[in-house]
Design a binder for this molecule. Structure first.
Ligand SMILES: [Fe+2]
Length: 263
């Protein structure tokens, strides 16, 4: 019997931080490529029916063509279409050009069932915190208007609110209030997902659910005043979208991807 209430699975991965060549990007770190490939293998195994893979920024630690080509190739091995956006470590133009050439979407607006997924660019050249240009905020409002029958999920790299970690909260979205105003003004907006914080985060702002994501590489310790790593496995977010605007979400952790503490 056909499913009269179809659901669609979105997968979010974030902050793979691939280097120019495979290997650890800092002493003591795991190999970014090996970590990412373990996460992608887990996604393939557990979610072969995924409708879309969203990659929410800090694609590269070394933002060069060779890095983006390698990442785009890994992602091409997934059965799901891929949509990416840039983070503060990225060269937005180069990432967009390389991903588009590989057949992936970038800064996209996608329709999945009766959901609209809008990816925004918060990368602010020369800065670690993020900033949404007026054109990006206008693009979001225009997309919401153009799809009056759709529920909306917004994806962006920088967290739109503080996450309770002093050092990270100094590096968030500098005009998050402007984005929140747009999200709040439109009751069809159900969620805003982001990367950058390398940890799970889940909070409500009015009717909008705000969701952070672990990194595929290393994790940051929640609640820490200063920079600190968390000896937790790498992970990704699974979101099941329902036709009535409801959704379920959870973090999946990938076994044996935690950092091994130095002896
Ligand atoms: Fe990152």
């Amino acid at each position: 019997m056909p499913d009269i209430h179809p659901r669609h699975t979105l997968i979010q991965i974030s902050d793979p931080h691939l280097g120019r060549t495979p290997g650890p990007i800092r002493p003591g770190y795991p190999d970014s490529d090996t970590q990412l490939r373990a996460v992608l293998a887990d996604v393939r195994k557990r979610h072969p029916d995924a409708a879309l893979m969203l990659v929410t920024g800090d694609l590269a630690e070394d933002p060069e063509t060779v890095t983006y080509v390698r990442l785009a190739r890994y992602l091409s091995e997934l059965p799901a279409p891929v949509s990416a956006l840039a983070g503060n470590h990225d060269d937005h133009g180069l990432a967009r050009q390389t991903f588009t050439a590989a057949g992936h979407d970038f800064d996209a607006e996608q329709r999945i069932g009766n959901w609209l997924i809008v990816s925004l660019n918060s990368a602010w050249p020369g800065h670690t915190p993020g900033r949404l240009a007026a054109e990006e905020l206008a693009r979001l409002q225009s997309a919401i208007r153009r799809y009056p029958d759709c529920w909306v999920l917004v994806a962006v790299h920088h967290p739109v609110v503080p996450v309770g970690s002093r050092w990270l909260d100094a590096l968030g979205l500098t005009n998050g209030d402007e984005l929140l105003a747009v999200l709040q003004r439109n009751p069809r907006v159900r969620a805003c997902i982001f990367g950058h914080i390398h940890q799970d985060f889940d909070a409500m702002h009015g009717t909008v659910r705000l969701l952070g994501c672990p990194s595929t590489c290393v994790q940051f310790l929640p609640g820490s005043e200063d920079f600190a790593l968390d000896p937790e496995d790498a992970g990704y977010r699974v979101i099941r979208l329902h036709a009535d605007g409801e959704f379920e979400t959870r973090i999946e952790r990938v076994p044996d991807t935690a950092m091994v503490p130095a002896p």
